[in-house]
Design a protein around this ligand. Structure first.
Ligand code: NAD
Length: 454
């Protein structure tokens, strides 16, 4: 493997799961690495995304347990939700992990500079922040992440009651009512958490279904479960305008030609994220972009040899684990390797009650691609462990090739589905057959038996 040229190390821009993993991997391979981050190490995922959301969902799960106990002989009362303690708990988890990233970078002798990096010409960055300097490097890995999309709805941007996911995770007063615009992953996860903690939530989704990227059948089952939890779901519904009143927002929505006004203490806008390279000036660096996304090949290299882009700033699929996988690949390639990113069985998960996870093809995708397939289903009501865990709500669905029986997709709606999906990821990435999964003895009683049964 090539060593970096003398005195010219490797620069990583962005310290999220794409950037810090790339920095550590490159350092392990012998590069002298500098990481430039303008905010906090850990990026969106650790600070204001995946991690605090899961901490919040853990609190929400505890509140649910307090309510569910009675039917199982354990009578508890949920006195109150002390929101400020919930926020403290989130901050504690986040701090532990961010400190861990910081320690790992230090251990791997990565120089961390707090500041904003902007290209002034190809392979040359101006840094503004705790240090103001110009740095040149032969190898640069860009991992600048994404930012929430703000749709052009009149009154939305101006409203003091509208927040994005970052705002929702740190809202000072817990809202009694909330309208969630967008029934994607962020919308569903936060709707679940807030509803379980005592807020009345309405989801407004423009499409005729929730979670468009997930298997439709299981997403439909999850939606029915959310409604049983008390979440109101308006599908095929557009937000027309938002207006502020003295106590909250008035959200006007339109469905099938009829307008309705929803009142809410808070409005969460979760209609997607866009690649972010604000301040970076990728064009000055000679980089090609498409709809904001820095273009790369499957080795994560941009149109400028030696310059790589990973994660949300380069990707259509914005997931932390995708960013980390691409970060490792970019680091290896920057150090002379030939690693290639294979997106086929990257899992996606929705941390709702219950969780929904999938890997490989959904039924919709298999149909679109005219791939002949068979479907195996197993309802969780017939799985003992699931019956005990959540009354048996959920299903496992497996897609296999019609002729050879190869595994094409695994989709799970179940408690801990985001963990259970790993079996599907391993099996598909090893090009397994359904017969291989069936031949493997699964422990009893476990939720994973349902995967084999399906
Ligand atoms: P998303 O793309 O998952 O969903 C956005 C939803 O908003 C879509 O269903 C879309 O139809 C709807 N929408 C768009 N405009 C609308 C409008 N004007 N009115 C009503 N609905 C509208 O986006 P997200 O939920 O904001 O998440 C952003 C990114 O973060 C995604 O790439 C997601 O994968 C990622 N993420 C992942 C996880 C996880 O892996 N668990 C968690 C959170 C976020």
């Amino acid at each position: 493997m090539d060593r970096p040229s003398e005195g010219r190390g490797l620069i990583v821009v962005g310290g999220g799961p794409g950037g810090y993993v790339a920095a550590i991997r490159a350092a392990q391979l012998g590069a002298a690495v500098t990481l430039i981050e303008r905010e906090r190490l850990g990026g969106t995922c650790l600070n204001v995304g995946c991690i605090p959301t899961k901490a919040l969902l853990r609190c929400a799960g505890l509140a649910r347990s307090a309510r569910e106990g009675a039917g199982r002989g354990i009578h508890m009362t949920l006195d109150r939700v002390a929101w400020e303690e919930v926020l403290d708990y989130q901050r504690w988890v986040v701090k532990r992990l961010v400190d861990g990233v910081s320690a790992l970078l230090k251990k791997n002798q990565v120089e961390v500079i707090r500041g904003t990096a902007s290209f002034i010409k190809p392979k040359t960055l101006k840094i503004t922040g705790e240090k103001n300097e110009i740095r040149e490097a032969d190898r640069i890995i860009l991992a600048t992440g994404s930012a929430p999309v703000v749709p052009p709805v009149p009154g939305l941007k101006e409203s003091r009651y509208v927040m994005d996911s970052t705002g929702a995770l740190s809202v000072q007063r817990f809202p009694e009512t909330m309208v969630v615009i967008g029934g994607g992953v962020i919308g569903v996860e936060l709707a679940c958490a807030f509803q379980a903690l005592g807020c009345h939530v309405t989801i407004v989704e423009a499409l005729p279904r929730l979670l468009p990227s997930m298997d439709g059948e299981l997403a439909g089952m999850l939606a029915a479960g959310l409604e049983r939890q008390g979440i109101k779901i308006l599908l095929g519904c557009r937000v027309v305008r938002v207006a502020d009143g003295p106590e909250g927002a008035r959200v006007t929505v339109e469905r099938a030609g009829t307008e309705e006004v929803l009142s809410a203490d808070k409005v969460l806008c979760a209609v997607g994220r866009r690649p972010c390279s604000e301040g970076l000036d990728p064009e000055a660096g000679g980089l090609l972009r498409e709809r904001g996304r820095i273009l790369t090949d499957n080795r994560q290299q941009t149109n400028i040899p030696g310059v790589y882009a990973v994660g949300d700033c380069a990707g259509e699929i914005m997931l932390a684990h995708t960013a980390s996988a691409q970060g490792e690949i970019a680091a290896e390639n920057a150090m002379g390797g030939q690693a290639v990113y294979h997106p086929a069985c990257v899992p996606s998960g929705v941390y709702a009650f219950p969780e929904l996870a999938g890997t490989g093809l959904t039924e919709e995708q298999a149909k679109e691609r005219n791939i002949p397939f068979r479907v195996g289903r197993f309802p969780l009501s017939a799985n003992g462990r699931a019956l005990i865990a959540n009354g048996g709500e959920g299903m496992v669905k497996v897609l296999v090739g019609e002729e050879l029986g190869e595994l094409l997709g695994v989709h799970i709606l179940a408690p801990n589905a985001t963990e259970l999906i790993a079996e599907g990821v391993s099996a598909i990435s090893m090009e397994g057959l359904a017969a291989d999964l069936i031949a493997a003895v699964h422990g009893h009683p476990t939720l994973s038996e349902a995967v084999r049964e399906a």
